[in-house]
Design a protein. Structure first.
Length: 298
């Protein structure tokens, strides 16, 4: 009897796994050969376990027919290395003041992060290529000011040439993009990774743009769990942004989401990157777990 019960439990477990796969099937069919841009940053980058699982998720998307592109950040790692070399991190309105020495450190750190992610993807059997926004003229920028203040080599994206990324996708590579760009004088600038991901997604006319963050998604009231919003149209997102309910770091992020949807991306997702396999749970299940901003009315 005990053996029979174990066999039944095993069969139930297998059937549950099969149900998950069947639930995922229509989404695999719907998004086959579609581009999804994943902005990867925050706490999901600092935990080795989370980092490995995020890359596993993205690799799985690639293997089931998606065309993923990773755009990564590295702010916490840059701050760590700036401190290591005896420099003091300096921020104005949440933006890192980036003098020439800081820019040199930032670019070295971001390239280190970039190749580390490539290494992880390669270890999972998928060919990846790490590129900087400087490569192939991918990210053209101009100097960004913060309330009129010069904050150094911080760039604002003015145009994207997606040719290199499109060529890599066509050749079946997984591109990993480092958020550094050049201006008209070919000077190097650090670019906010959210801004870079939004610009790349628009240029590629991506099906989806996923932001991996340190919060579950968007709340009408951040102090009220019941005010969580799972789906918004671009118009509703603009109304929410202008309502005054949204504050802090979510303001520029929501602005990027609206910009991406208005720029041709079909949907933008804000996810808690600290949740294991958040990308798979969002994309391959009916309810999802984050906030989606979509073109059409919600």
């Amino acid at each position: 009897m005990e053996g029979q019960a174990l066999a039944e439990d095993k069969m139930k477990e297998v059937q549950e796994k099969a149900s998950v796969l069947i639930e995922a099937l229509p989404y695999i069919q719907k998004f086959n050969r579609k581009i999804i841009v994943v902005k990867y940053g925050g706490s999901a980058m600092t935990s080795e376990n989370l980092r490995e699982n995020v890359i596993k998720d993205v690799t799985l998307l690639k293997l089931v027919g998606f065309k993923p592109v990773i755009v990564h950040g590295g702010g916490k790692e840059i701050s760590r290395w700036v401190g290591k070399v005896g420099m003091e991190p300096n921020f104005v309105n949440g933006l890192r003041v980036t003098d020439e020495e800081t820019m040199e450190v930032a670019e070295m750190v971001l390239n280190k992060v970039n190749k580390g992610l490539v290494q992880l993807v390669q270890s999972l059997g998928v060919n990846a290529v790490g590129v900087s926004g400087k490569d192939g003229g991918l990210l053209k920028v101009k100097k960004k000011y913060s309330d009129g203040k010069d904050i150094g080599y911080v760039g604002e994206v003015v145009s994207v040439d997606p040719t290199l990324i499109e060529d890599l996708l066509e050749k079946d590579f997984l591109p990993v993009v480092c958020p550094v760009g050049m201006d008209d004088n070919f000077d190097t600038y650090n670019v906010n990774a959210d801004d870079a991901a939004c610009a790349v997604a628009k240029a590629l006319k991506a099906e989806k743009l996923a932001f991996l963050t340190d919060i579950k998604g968007i709340y009408k009231d951040i102090n009220d769990e019941n005010s969580f919003i799972s789906r918004l149209s671009g118009k509703e997102a603009e109304e929410l942004l202008n309502s005054g309910f949204i504050g802090g770091g979510m303001i520029p992020k929501l602005g990027n989401c609206i910009d991406a949807v208005n720029g041709g991306v079909n949907s933008v997702i804000i996810l808690d990157g600290r949740i294991l396999h958040c990308l798979l749970l969002e994309i391959f299940t009916e309810k999802g777990i984050g906030t989606a901003i979509v073109k059409e009315e919600a």
